[in-house]
Design a protein around this ligand. Structure first.
Ligand code: RIB
Ligand code: CA
Length: 311
C-alpha cells in the first residue's frame, strides 16, 4: 500500500471534522500536521475544533493557526450549516493540555514540506488563504509539495452563489494564486461532492455504534441535512480525504481551470474548459467528477465505526 504523508488545512466545521476523522483512520494516510483557517466559523473556533478532534481521536497531531480572514474580502462564516461552534452545536472537550503554538500555519507547513523533501501532500478543505499565503511567503514551496487536493470549486453551479462554491468564494484571490501556482492540483468540487451524500439512515447507522464519534457525526450534520430537501447531507470535505487515499473510488478529467476574482455575480467561480470548445492553454487541474457512492458510504461508515470511546 502506498503511504501518503499529508497536511490537512481545514476550517473545521462539520464535514471538515468528518474528514479529519476519516484521514486519521485511513491506513493509506499519515497526518503530519493540521492547520486551521477562518471559514465556516472564526479562526479561534476552527483551531479549537481541530484540537477537540485530537482529544476525541486520542491523537496529538500538531495544530497551527493560520489566517483570521481572507486576503481581500471580509470573512463570511457558515453558521447556518455548521452552527456557531462549527460542530453543529455538539460540544466536545478541549485536550486537558495542549502546547500554546505561536508558529503560524504557513510557516509550519513550509517547514514540514522541506522536511519531507517533496513527499508531503496538502489536503485543503476550507478557504485557501493559508495555502496561498504560504506560496507567496515561500516561493520555493512549490518544489516541496507533491500535490494539493482541495475540496472546492465547481465546473457547474455554485452553493454560496449560483456561480461559486463556498471555499473558493470565501477567498477567490487566494484560490486563484493556488490554481496558478503550477503544483499538481486535484479539485474535488461540487460536481463530485454533491454525489457524496449520506441519508439520515446512513448517519443513524454510524451513531448506532454508540461512540462519541458516531454521535458527533450524526448530530453535527443535522442542520445541513435539513436543508437538502431529502437528498441527503453532502460530505464535501470527506471526498478530498477519500480521494487522496483511495482515488480508484473516483473518476475525473484534466482541465484548464481559472478562478474569477473580479466578477460581480460570478466572483469566486471556478471557470473550467471541460465542456467548452474554447480551451485554456493549459490543463492545470484534475477535476474529480464521479464517485462510487455505495463504496463511499460503506468505507466512510467503516472508518467512523472503527473508533472506540477513550474516556
Ligand atoms: O462548499 C462546501 C465547503 O464549504 C466545505 O468545505 C464546507 O466545510 C464549507 O467549508
Ligand atoms: Ca470545510
Amino acid at each position: 500500500m502506498d503511504k501518503h504523508f499529508v497536511w490537512l488545512d481545514c476550517d473545521t466545521g462539520t464535514d471538515d471534522a468528518a474528514a479529519i476523522l476519516c484521514a486519521n483512520g485511513l491506513p493509506e494516510l499519515e497526518i503530519v500536521g493540521i492547520s486551521a483557517v477562518a471559514g465556516n466559523v472564526e479562526l479561534e473556533k476552527t483551531y479549537r475544533n481541530a484540537l477537540r478532534l485530537n482529544r476525541l481521536m486520542g491523537t496529538d497531531y500538531p495544530v497551527y493557526q493560520g489566517a483570521e480572514k481572507p486576503w481581500r474580502k471580509e470573512l463570511e462564516t457558515g453558521y447556518r450549516y455548521h452552527g456557531e461552534n462549527g460542530l453543529g452545536g455538539v460540544e466536545l472537550p478541549l485536550p486537558e493540555r495542549y502546547p500554546e503554538v505561536t508558529e503560524k500555519a504557513w510557516d509550519a507547513l513550509y517547514r514540514a514540506a522541506v522536511r519531507y523533501e517533496g513527499a508531503l501532500e496538502l489536503i485543503a478543505t476550507g478557504p485557501l488563504t493559508n495555502v496561498a499565503t504560504a506560496l507567496v511567503k515561500y516561493p520555493d514551496l512549490k518544489k516541496y509539495l507533491a500535490r494539493i487536493v482541495i475540496m472546492g470549486g465547481s465546473a457547474g453551479a455554485g452553493n454560496r452563489t449560483p456561480a461559486a462554491e463556498y471555499n473558493i468564494y470565501a477567498d477567490p484571490d487566494a484560490a486563484s494564486a493556488v490554481f496558478q501556482a503550477g503544483i499538481p492540483l486535484v479539485m474535488c468540487g461540487l460536481d463530485v461532492t454533491m454525489k457524496a451524500y449520506f441519508m439520515e439512515e446512513d448517519l443513524l447507522a454510524v451513531k448506532a455504534g454508540g461512540t462519541t464519534v458516531g454521535r458527533l457525526f450524526h448530530d453535527s450534520l443535522q442542520a445541513p441535512l435539513q436543508t437538502q430537501h431529502g437528498t441527503g447531507v453532502k460530505l464535501h470535505d470527506v471526498v478530498a480525504v477519500m480521494y487522496a487515499a483511495r482515488p480508484d473510488m473516483f473518476d475525473g478529467k484534466m482541465a484548464g481551470v481559472r478562478v474569477e476574482t473580479r466578477g460581480g455575480c460570478t466572483n469566486g467561480k471556478t471557470v473550467t474548459d471541460l465542456y467548452s470548445d474554447k480551451k485554456f492553454p493549459d490543463k492545470n487541474v484534475f477535476v474529480v467528477l464521479d464517485i462510487d457512492h455505495a463504496r463511499f458510504v460503506r468505507e466512510v461508515s467503516e472508518l467512523l465505526l472503527s473508533y472506540r470511546d477513550l474516556e
